[in-house]
Design a protein around this ligand. Sequence first.
Ligand code: ZN
Ligand code: ZN
Ligand code: ZN
Ligand code: ZN
Ligand code: ZN
Ligand code: ZN
Ligand code: ZN
Length: 1742
Amino acid sequence: MAESQSGELLSTKWQEAPNRGAAILSHLGEHVPLIYCLEAEPQQREEEQKVEEHLLFPLECFLFGEDPHVGLEKLQQCDSSSLSQQCGRVFKEGETVYSCRDCAIDPTCVLCMECFQKSVHKSHRYKMHASAGGGFCDCGDLEAWKTGPCCSQHDSGTSVAMETDECTLDSALEERAQTLFRVLLRYTVDMLVWKETDELQEELKPKVKEDKYFCVLYNDEHHSYDHVIYTLQRAIRCDQNEAQTYTALIDREGRRAVKRGTLRSCQQAKDSIRSNSEQLTQQPLRVEILNTAVMAHQTFSLRLGTWFQKIIGYSVGLRQVFCQVALDPCFDGSKLSLISRVMLHDAGLYKGARKVIHELIFSSLLMDTEYKRQFAMKFTEHYQQLQEDFISDDHQRNISVTALSVQIFTVPTLARQLIEEGNVIKVIIDTVMEMMREHLDSNGRFHFQGYNSDKFFRVQVIFHDLRYILISKPSVWTEELRVKFLEGFHVFLCFLRCMQGMEEVKRQVGQHVEVEPEWEAGFTLQMQLRHILAMFQDWCSSDERVLLLAFQECYQVLMSCTNQPFRSEPTDSYMCKQILHARQYKVSQEPVSIHLPISRLLAGLYVLLCQNGAVRYLPDFVDPARLNYIELAEQPLHCIVLAAQVCADMWRRNGLSLVSQVYYYQDVKCRDEMFDKDVIMLQIAASKMDPNHFLMLILLRFELFEMFNGNCSSKDQEVLKQWNRLTEEMLYLIIIIVGERYVPGISDVSKEDVTMREVIHLLCIEPMAHSSLVKSLPENESNETGLESVISKVSTFKKPGVSGHGLYGLKNEWLKEFNPFFYHYSRPQHSKAEEAQKKRRTQEGSDKALRPPVPPPFCPAFSSIVRLLCCDVFIHVLRRVLQKAVEDRSNRWTEPMIQRALHLVAQALLEEKTQLQGSNPEDVTFDFSLKAQKIGSEHGKSLFHFLSKMKSLPSLEAQKDMITWNLQMFEVVKCLREKSGPVVSFPIHQSKSEELFISEQSVHDKEKVERRRKAEAAKAHRQKIMAQMSAMQKNFIESNKMLYDNVPESSSQSETTATVESRMDVDDSRVAVGPQQGVCCTDWEALTCILCQEEQEVQAQAPAMVLTACVQRSTVLTQCRGKTLSVKDQYYPIFMPPDLAVGTHTGSCGHVMHATCWQKYFEAVQNTTRNRLHAELLIDLENGEYMCPLCKSLCNTVIPLIPVEARHLDYDSAELVGQHLTLSRWIQILISRIRGLKPAREADNNSEQGADQASALSVEEQADFRSILSFGVQEPPKFCRSITEMLMVCATTVHRVGLQMAPNDLCPYVPVMSWNTCAYTIQAIENMLQEEGKALFGALQNRQLAGLKAVVQFSAAQRLKSSHAVVQQHFADMLAVLLPVPNVEDTPSILEVDFFHLLVGLVLSIPVLYQEEAVDLQPSAISTAYNHLHILHLVTMGHMLQVLLTTHDCAVIGGPEEGDEAQAAAALYSLVSQHTDGLRSGVSGFTVAETVKRGIFPFLRCATLFFSCLTGVPPPEELSIVAESPEGQLPFICSYLALPCNLFQLFQDHRDVITPLMKRWCENTAISKALKSEMHIIRYPRKRNRLIDLPEDYSVLLNQASHFKCPNSSDDERKHPTLCLLCGVMLCAQSPCCQVQLNGEDVGACTAHAATCGAGVGMFLRVRECEIVLMASRTRGSPYPAPYLDDYGETDPQLGRGNPLHLSPERYRKLLNMWQQHCILEEIARSLEVLNVMFAFEWQML
Ligand SMILES: [Zn+2]
Ligand SMILES: [Zn+2]
Ligand SMILES: [Zn+2]
Ligand SMILES: [Zn+2]
Ligand SMILES: [Zn+2]
Ligand SMILES: [Zn+2]
Ligand SMILES: [Zn+2]
């Protein structure tokens, strides 16, 4: 209370002061230094509190004249409607912004994510991209959007957002606001631009000046992070961490005090920093020493910046007062407004200060139409100065005040005002001109040799501003606009004059150029100008008068260019009785330039004049007598000839730079304002000149005139080759001039027609993806190609599969538009298209003549161009060309030449036909066909003659169809001509005969086609076989892969079916467990080694065969994702916890080798890959990794193939044994055996003593101890050495990988890990089959099945290689879960183990109980059968109880109460209830039965897979069929496993045994804890893990990511939010803030997360990049396309295209499968192999 009073007291004091401003200032002068900069480290929280209290609060009191809370409430009550209706959100770098392609006025109009989601554009064609930072949301700006300018949040319903409300402020408040803002804004600006380091202005001077200083370090772009850190560590003796923090802050804020102290100590620090940094780079770091008071005021002035933002956000009235103050000329001497001052100092400010100022401008001046206009005027006024500052500024553009241009220049009304009132076009171009003046040479043309690319880049930015200004063309022209526009146009032309003819090249003869000339700058300029040129033309075309004046201006400037080629005297040239009076000029000898922007602009303007008819007034503007079109066309023609000569290899010695220039000249990025315009200029000239003269000029410039005149010949091969190439190019040019009419104004076509034609021609090459089409089409100034509007008309879309992308294919009806000489085809495109179309025509059975399409008629102004096609010189040229071919003078002609000539003939004939059809033949003067037949006919050398002769020329076989077609056309034209003849009946007859002729011809052709096709098919077949042969020879392994893949698979399949059938007859016992066990089917057939190709059977004594395998840790089945597992955790690895937290998976690609072959291969691989640079990326040699020699899968071990022991049960004796070996007897025997073994175990340590103790057993005990042996024993199988060796190799790998330990083959857990991986791999496969809804058997791929069998057999055989005592101990430990085993302690309760792992462990270890000291023994087949049976029954019962106890609180299912099953279940339930006190009462037997059955089903399925692989007994066929409900399969599974169909029966059958056991199980304290929910329990069936759900619309994800906050830092730097697809957590990737230590190494957040979440394997989605990252181990990863597609069926990595994206469920499913099948590792290795990366990406930093 006291404070607020003092605030109000202060404000009253100020109010009453004579000079209120001075009073406020003196308060600041006194208090600011008392708050800020008191210590070396800013105490931000304390400072902020004091500032609020002592400074800001009194100021607010002053503003409102009362308690600010009260005042604010009043204010908001009276103008609640005037709250801002514009969003104005300022974008951070990397933030996703949206633009609407349908509604945005231009592509710079964008929405923030929040506004976009609430706007109508969400359902339009939108684009998204990442902001470069700066700029703000245009929501609410009526001028930015055609429709839907406001989102629902910013739409007040009135939609008058930009209208300036009359200020409704109370006049006293307004007056106070003015006073206050004026003082404070001036103070802020003064302090920010303050140059004195030690003194303050008079009003602020403190009473006592403190002698404390800061040494302040500034950010610059010359020094790297490391430089600054290094310097700081040395100069001010801080530690690494401190230096890093300082450096990060300096980079972010722009400056930072690094030392506080006396002037002297600061001076020392400054000198030290400067000298230290100078040593590193030539430039020292910028350091200043500031008095603490100065520093304090500067800090406070920035604080005021944010305070202003808050205050003016309260009401429009306050904002307007603020704008007024900012724009008013200062009341002191200078005329500059405050805003101007701060703008002009922008480049001198540091980063943090700029950001505050720019945001203040955004939220004030730019939010209001009128003030925006005033600000824009000021901005324009200072434009040149600002740009100059920017160019020498070393900060990026997004933190320069010049970046504001996009906010004002793109507003159409504002742009117009700026042109009219500020002459902004001229201002901008003058600025550019000023900046580029240094590049001018003595001729006044640009010359960029040795330019500074950074500075040049900054200059280019100015062109963006010009583009913004011109972006929307005016609908109404005022006289003022005309004048100012033309003024701007004039300076623009002056700028272009500096480009016209710049960077001339001269052909180099003899020597190669020494230095490749710089060319990039010129073309960068050209690309920048491309849209500007188009927009200027567009503006001109909208007003007839402007267009005419612009043409006049352009013509005059062109004429004033200094390098016009009018130097030499004209001479006369003669050809075909024609005389051309032209100047001599040779492109190959004189300088020539590619840059002719004025000529091209003139051509563009001329076409526009023709298009809107204004051309008729042209004589009033340009004197027709002086308008010489030959001269206008000269330079463009030179440029085209240059390109042709470069093609003809004549400019080889001028180097690559010229080749690149010619490439860009015709490339889609430049051609519309370069090559295309040159063609237009030639068309203009052709329309104005005599056709013979025009062609003679072309011949002259191509330097072919003398050759075609027959006046020169050469024997030089090189020269002949050049002539041939030039002739080809010259003919091609004529084809283009006559045929290319798809330009509005040249013919009557629309822009859409033009795009359509481009698309048709692209699709004639091949079906294309949307993105490739977009890339090949020219973009307009709004980055649109117009593709959408035509694509559906001309093509059909083919959807993509789970990989690849969608493709567009051309509709057949458009094929007739195909022109093989389409002028935008590049050379490779031309030949590809030609080939594709010929192939298609052959397939269709039509001829291969690629005839020209019928072009649209020329507009009247250009119609005379067609005369070229029938002039004498044209006929002459064609005759010469064809003659050479007919006379077959090799070296004098080429096939492409003939092809072009034939195309020209066809064009001429088509023209003639069109003209004849269109009018009375007598009026048609176009007489190509007549001339072609007449000229030269006296010697049999007419064009027509040559054509007929060529038909039979063998060397022109490929052109035959085209020749034939041309000859037919002659007939057609002839008929059309004669139709008008006097005899009426004749032409009809004639035309009939013509038809006949054609049809005959076509029959003939069809036969020919058929014949040819057969011949070609035969040839292709032969080639294919040859190719196969050579491939087989070339790569032995590869070829045998084919054999392997095909043969064994099919044979094994047929074999299994065969055996199944035969067995059906003999024995249908499909039981795998117990005395009814069926016979196992023959196991491994003979296998072929993929390396040596030799066959071998798998036998115990034969050399080992091994299977490739990959062992990896897995969390695919985990029930507690992310749980960190300590190695010592609980009972692991003996007991797998029921949550299956981390398992060990062993997979295989199913390829078999000899063990010896593999060893040799592995050694060889190790030796060779060591030498490869990036080998360690692909495979981890130290850990035994290698690639499968056949399929390149990643492997890290091999599994030896162990033959299954064929067992034949004697069912009679089995039954006999069964009578004695009941479950209770079996348990008894087992226990006494274990009890007896115990001393034997100790014997390992001390044999003597052990032997004594063993013998000390009583005779009775002895008998009992050995009674286990009496039920049948046999000798265990003996394996040869190589098999046992491989057993060890595999087992140690499993152990090492599974427990993440150093390899140790003596570790007692080696056998345990083998059993574990066996159990886990089966569970993973069962899970996958369930997920995919597939049957248990028959659905597995061969490789999976082979791998599974091998793993099971390997695990079973593992005990043979392990210490018997150890395995016996393991068995005892495991058994203790179920039975009371003597001397075993710390056994987990039945709730704490996974029963399937237990089952596998018990079954695989029990044989070791039969081991006698001296002899190797194992149970006989019958004993084994009973062991399996009893273990399975016990484990199943244990698991059933586990399920029951963990689902005790499940929902009650209603159902029938009767039935044996329900009764048995009810009995069990009540029994269990007796032993526990947590079970709910009143649960029906049916509920219990259903719950338990559902719960143990996965276990039974796993057990079925396990026993089928272990025993080889084929399962019932019903299990190979997909069941409708899982319950349907239960009976078959039970019968296979020798379990009663009613599982609860087990408890009744074994009542005597199980009752005490159950009591024991239930007594465990863990059970009561679980029942009281005090312990985390796992429910059954376990939940199946999937990848997280992803939203259908990708922008939802982007939205989520935009709200992402890094947990470890609060700065607003750009982050890389990355989503874990396994658990859904969002991580901060690639950022030092979230790095952690993992095993002593710094790793990124993703790597650290993957270590726990996926046991090292990770699958992440990088949200902003829209890309999946697969990770495995710390050093390996690979990118993978995200499962999101746009409407064109394409993915969008990096969001480069920005189209809306939608989830593709199939692709996401594929990712899920990849994960579930443990193929991530494999995929990474494969993609790395493909990418063949030569540098290491630091995956661990992700
Ligand atoms: Zn917004
Ligand atoms: Zn909005
Ligand atoms: Zn829209
Ligand atoms: Zn081999
Ligand atoms: Zn393989
Ligand atoms: Zn995760
Ligand atoms: Zn972070």
